[in-house]
Design a protein around this ligand. Structure first.
Ligand code: TXA
Ligand code: MG
Length: 329
């Protein structure tokens, strides 16, 4: 649990260069001292993540930014004022001493101040012992579904990992990433903090230019993927598609917002509102995967801006999922 004694023990592990699992409001993170090269290397080894993928540095408050970033633009302070602590990562020009392993060799660094009480206490306690930030990717093996409960993290890494349990994450999908390292603010990864809110705070339109995109592992097509093949189906075709798959002999599990699916279909029911759906999304993918069906059929989300980040994660889950050749049609 995230008790004071457990947090103190976690800080000792971090001081020793070890990796610690901890909750944030978005997903659980796999944290290490972002100034310790051996500790950062431990993250890559544990996750099986390619070494050139940059990591987000998690900090206790906006004051800690000065250690990590230089030439911080006014736009950064506008977003910090509006949304930190919260599910927003800022890409800024790096300070010279930031480790190459953190930046992926780029001239920028990703910074985020999470809004979870356990993360806040952990990061503040780290600051007191001279750790100015924790590098923390999502606490899953590379390419797997991100974890939103401590049990998910345990399922990925087993009992040896030091893990702070902060309950189920309230946002449920990864932070919105905004690149402020050039004079054209851009969203690199959509999240539940939406483009409209960010554009309003910046009083500008956001660039959608896809040129020279920095490396963002979440922008690989195959990411956040279950092992079972997954397809998205429009709401009006959902029942008939499921019946077609069942008729061809496949075991199907549906992830659906619709209550009117036939009773013989194994269904994981989902909330109708975007925020509640996002909160449940990764757990539903893990649950669907654990059934070991032949196919996960997900009711496509509404074509509405509020669902954009959810749609993004589902598209990637579909591309990256399973072994399609063995499960026609
Ligand atoms: O909500 C989140 O952001 C979660 C929680 C744990 O905070 N973290 C997370 O980390 O999603 P990870 O490593 O799974 O994804 C971080 C993303 C990657 O796609 C990475 O490429 C991108 O951030 N990133 C990090 N630093 C960057 C940089 N300097 N430039 C561009 N992209 C960067
Ligand atoms: Mg991740």
């Amino acid at each position: 649990m995230g008790t004071a004694a457990n947090i103190a023990a976690a800080v000792r592990e971090l001081q020793a260069g070890e990796v610690v699992g901890f909750p944030t409001e978005t997903v659980y993170g796999l944290g290490a001292d972002a100034t310790n090269p051996a500790a950062v290397a431990n993250i890559f080894a544990l996750k099986g993540r390619p070494p050139d993928h940059p990591l987000i540095v998690h900090i206790a408050n906006a004051q800690a930014l000065a250690y990590w970033a230089v030439d911080v633009p006014d736009n950064a302070y506008r977003l910090i004022e509006g949304f930190w602590p919260g599910p927003l990562t800022l890409i800024l020009k790096r300070a010279p001493h930031v480790l190459e392993a953190i930046t992926g060799g780029q001239q920028t660094v990703g910074l985020r101040c999470p809004a979870h009480p356990v993360a806040t206490v952990l990061l503040e306690a780290c600051g007191l012992v001279g750790i100015p930030g924790l590098a923390a990717p999502s606490a899953n093996r590379f390419g797997h579904v991100s974890p939103t409960t401590a049990a998910h993290v345990r399922a990925e890494f087993g009992p040896a990992l030091t893990l702070l349990d902060g309950g189920a994450c309230t946002v449920g999908i990864e932070s919105t990433i905004v690149d402020l390292s050039t004079d054209r603010p851009r969203i690199l990864r959509p999240g539940m903090l939406g483009e409209a809110a960010i554009a309003a705070a910046l009083q500008t339109n956001l660039s959608t230019a896809a040129d020279n995109l920095p490396r963002v592992s979440g922008s690989l097509a195959a990411h956040y993927a279950p092992r079972t093949p997954l397809e998205m189906v429009a709401p009006e075709e959902l029942s008939s598609r499921i019946q077609e798959l069942i008729a061809s002999g496949l075991r199907v599990v549906a992830i659906s917002r619709t209550e009117s699916l036939p009773a013989n279909v194994l269904t994981i029911p989902m909330p109708a509102a975007a925020a509640a759906y996002a909160q449940r999304l990764y757990a539903s993918l893990r649950d669907a995967d654990s059934i070991e069906a032949d196919r996960i059929v997900v009711e496509a989300p509404p074509q509405d801006i509020a669902w954009r980040a959810i749609d993004d994660r589902l598209q990637r889950a579909a591309v990256g999922s399973g072994d399609w050749e063995s499960t026609a049609p």
